[in-house]
Design a protein around this ligand. Sequence first.
Ligand code: IMP
Length: 434
Amino acid sequence: MTSKVQNIVLLGIQWGDEGKAKIIDHLAEKADIVVRFQGGNNAGHTIVVGSEKTVLHLIPSGVLHPQTVNVVGNGVVFDMGVFLEEKNKLASRGVHVGPERLKVSELCHVILSYHQLLDRGREKFSTGVKIGTTGRGIGPTYGDKAMRLGVRIGEFRNVKPLKQRLEDTYKEKCLQLKELGVTEVPSFSEIFEKSLEHYEQIKPHLIDTSRYLSEQSANGKRIIFEGAQGTLLDIDYGTYPFVTSSNTSSGFAACGSGVAPSHLHYVLGLTKAYTTRVGAGPFPTECLGADEAIGKEIATKGNEFGSTTGRPRRCGWLDLVALKRAVTLNGCHGLALSKLDILSGFPEVKMATDYVIDGQKTQDFPNFWDREVKAEYQSFKGWPAFSGAARESQLPSELLTFVKAIEDYTKVKVVMISTGQKRDEMVIRDARLN
Ligand code: IMP
């Protein structure tokens, strides 16, 4: 008999938007707990059940499965207003979102309105590098955490010392905002009173999630660690400075949820059959020039528009050089593939197997992007349209050849193939995940 893996870390291993919510939703069916451990409401996780679409930005993607407990871990930067809005929306649809099944770490750093203003103000002001952030205040909040200027949500329980400390920080932020040309800033009391009001509503959900998760894991409960964004946006290992402000790779699943690394039993890396990226930054396999029409076709068929900002995503071929780097960094035990159906009907599909930098061929993903990086490709015969397969025998043989090439290059087995948007459109090739 095949023994099941207990805890699973699910990560996007490209530049985000790999379709994580659908995989999490699938895994959550057999899970006890789903935990978010980094990022914030810069993420947009879309789940389709029947004809109903749910987009979650902050609440973990397991919430639609009534038997799961959903946890926002300490590594997440937390917008209290967004949490309440999302919670109320779910409640109005009959989803149970009480504190027994929706828990928030009291150590989460809070996103305040000046963080959002600083994020947007900086992007507007900057004459040099423009990251193309989501404008949700993610970078400034993580920045304040590192600068020891941040506020952990649990601190609102003792108003007086917090108010004093935050008032000083506010003054500093106003100076920065003024320099950036942002003059319309809410008053300190407006920010503080609103935050207190939100805190009172969120208080029942606050716990020491580190202790809770460690105990539950020790008791044999299955936990799914839900990554946001993707490995190539990791603040250390991504295409810096065009990255997000958190560590998006597997190592941080432990830090950001407060469990020991020994509780992370299986790392599942998710990639689309092609590549997309929102915002600025390097993208060696982007379909440009002669391939521009292909990129546009992928974008249209794949509905490649940001679920948080609505921005169009840049599209290109699958990049095995980048994928191999992500697989190694995360220690992936298995790979999940999404959106293979979008590539159906193309006469030829391609994946990059090498980069050429300074005339030298390499399979090493660079740490610095100050030289031109040219991708070299292997071509494959395209596959005919298929819809919603749930068994491998229903998949076209050309598609399986493409899948095998990914396995051969990365030396990791493809264990899940998502074949459409709906919940049941999925082929599972490793029974241990069930
Ligand atoms: P920030 O996370 O809002 O600071 O944005 C930094 C970079 O990460 C920008 O290029 C964003 O487009 C990108 N980014 C942030 N969140 C996501 C996501 O969920 N999917 C894809 N890209 C994202």
